[in-house]
Write a protein that binds this ligand. Structure first.
Ligand SMILES: Cc1cc2nc3c(=O)[nH]c(=O)nc-3n(C[C@H](O)[C@H](O)[C@H](O)COP(=O)(O)OP(=O)(O)OC[C@H]3O[C@@H](n4cnc5c(N)ncnc54)[C@H](O)[C@@H]3O)c2cc1C
Length: 426
């Protein structure tokens, strides 16, 4: 967890504006449960909440604090779907199966909205849509084909294609064209995660913080040990995403952590001139820029990835050029917060959801996990005893392992990523 600590979460806008929560104790005993969950991000907390609602005794082990993984530090952009678009799904799996995968995934949106409403989670929810700014004319045809596929195959008409000038009315910068999705939005992800944790505790879940799982034994029962205690349980759910290392061999080579960085400016008096639509925005670059306004009128901007293990020494200076390139009027603007996180990606950009016996896992949402993680957790909780059809749909997508064993995959992968990023710049 050392790398995660270097990523400045304490200095994030989200921690500075977090709703008040209670701290959870460290595990110092050996305790029994029906289900032990490793990781208190949205996957783990959603799994815990849904399992507890089914009457199970659930214990969550979190190595750091609730929500201090990707769930509490991301861009907060709520876009239904998978990193691989509808077109990609149909190309790979055909129309019928592509439609099943897409519809199963899309359920994540309503699930999250229902949880926010049912548990009265205050998380600055805005259902203002999502704009994707298209940076190269040659990419427009792809987006038109995606919108057509959504309409024709998926029966969904939420995505429209915009001209350059129509896009500028929604976000005040130059794009060659854009898309607008009416089913997206944004929220304060840490406050959502903290709300999910509270809902889980209210349903009877016990959470331990500063209690990293360091060993997983399967026989005679599942036993997950920390430095100062253990949980013995019938089932385990691994929800550590990019930070989970070494507990389960099936997982190790299938997700790759990539450092990604965000800043928040000071509150801007004319923030709505930058994004008149108040939508969530991203662009079509391989190393994507993504941004939106916060509830108090800051620009929250994510840009730049680093494939080498160390984060940039000065995260604000690392992200600033991407901000100023997008909005030249912000040249020299004040940056109040800068932090980073680890995006976990898979070779296919599809999540890795599965099980080995009574140990289940879901991770690798490849940068589109704000909605999916809550769904992933729910699907695991409902599949402890018997796989549900949703579980089977996702488990069948099992991504290929990264080439090379752990020692090799990073350098190979770094080379591939750098190549794509460079192609963008050209
Ligand atoms: C910078 C950034 C920006 C992003 N922006 C967006 C966005 O705008 N929209 C979007 O859809 N997606 C976005 N994502 C992706 C999204 O945040 C993630 O896919 C999602 O939050 C993953 O949730 P999770 O619960 O699976 O993992 P996490 O939230 O990372 O939770 C895992 C938890 O497990 C804990 N843990 C790990 N190992 C152990 C262990 N051995 N013992 C105990 N605890 C352990 C960690 O401390 C952590 O708290 C972004 C990600 C990052 C990093």
């Amino acid at each position: 967890m050392g790398f995660n600590n270097m990523l400045n979460i304490e200095r994030s806008y989200y921690v500075a504006t977090a709703n008040r929560t209670t701290d959870h104790p460290r595990l110092t005993d050996v305790i029994d449960a029906d289900l032990v969950v490793v990781g208190a991000g949205c996957t783990g907390l959603s799994a815990a909440l849904h399992a507890a609602q089914r009457g199970l005794k659930v214990v969550v082990l979190e190595g750091g604090k609730v929500g201090w993984g990707a769930s509490g530090r991301n861009g907060g952009q709520m876009s239904p779907g998978l990193r691989k678009g509808a077109l990609g799904l149909v190309k790979q799996y055909g129309e019928e199966r592509g439609r099943l995968i897409y519809k199963t995934t899309f359920a994540a949106r309503q699930l999250v909205l229902d949880i926010i409403e049912k548990h009265s989670i205050q998380c600055d929810l805005k259902l203002t849509g999502h704009v994707s700014g298209i940076v190269k004319k040659s990419d427009i045809a792809h987006y038109e084909a995606e919108a057509d596929c959504l309409r024709r195959v998926m029966g969904m008409d939420h995505l429209s294609i915009l001209s350059s000038s129509e896009t500028r009315k929604l976000v005040n910068t130059h794009y060659e064209a854009g898309t607008f999705s009416t089913v997206a939005g944004h929220m304060h992800p840490l406050n959502y995660t903290l709300g999910l944790a509270k809902a889980a505790v209210d349903a009877g879940v016990t959470i331990f913080e500063n209690s990293a799982a360091i060993a997983l034994e399967r026989k005679p029962r599942i036993r997950v040990s920390t430095a100062s205690g253990a949980v013995v349980a019938r089932h385990a759910i691994l929800a550590g995403d990019a930070l989970l290392r070494g507990l389960e061999p099936e997982v190790n080579n299938r997700i790759m952590p990539v450092g990604n960085y965000i800043i928040a400016t000071n509150p801007l008096p004319n923030a709505h001139e930058l994004i008149p639509s108040d939508a969530a925005i991203s662009d079509s670059r391989f190393v994507v820029n993504y941004y939106r306004l916060s509830a108090d009128g800051r620009l929250l901007f994510g840009g730049g990835e680093k494939y080498t293990p160390r984060p940039p020494r000065d995260i604000a200076a690392f992200v600033r050029p991407y901000v100023e390139q997008t909005f030249p009027q912000l040249r020299g603007c004040k940056i109040d917060y800068a932090w980073g996180g680890l995006v976990s990606i898979t070779t296919s950009r599809l999540p890795h959801i599965g099980r080995r016996g009574d140990v289940l896992f879901a991770h690798g949402y490849s940068g589109l996990g704000v909605l999916l993680s809550t769904l992933g957790g729910k699907i695991l909780a409902e599949s402890l005893v018997k796989n549900t059809p949703e579980f089977e749909t996702f488990a069948a997508l099992r991504p290929q392992a990264f080439p090379g064993r752990t020692a090799l995959r990073s350098p190979l992968y770094v080379l591939a990523m750098l190549w794509y990023a460079m192609r963008d710049r050209l």
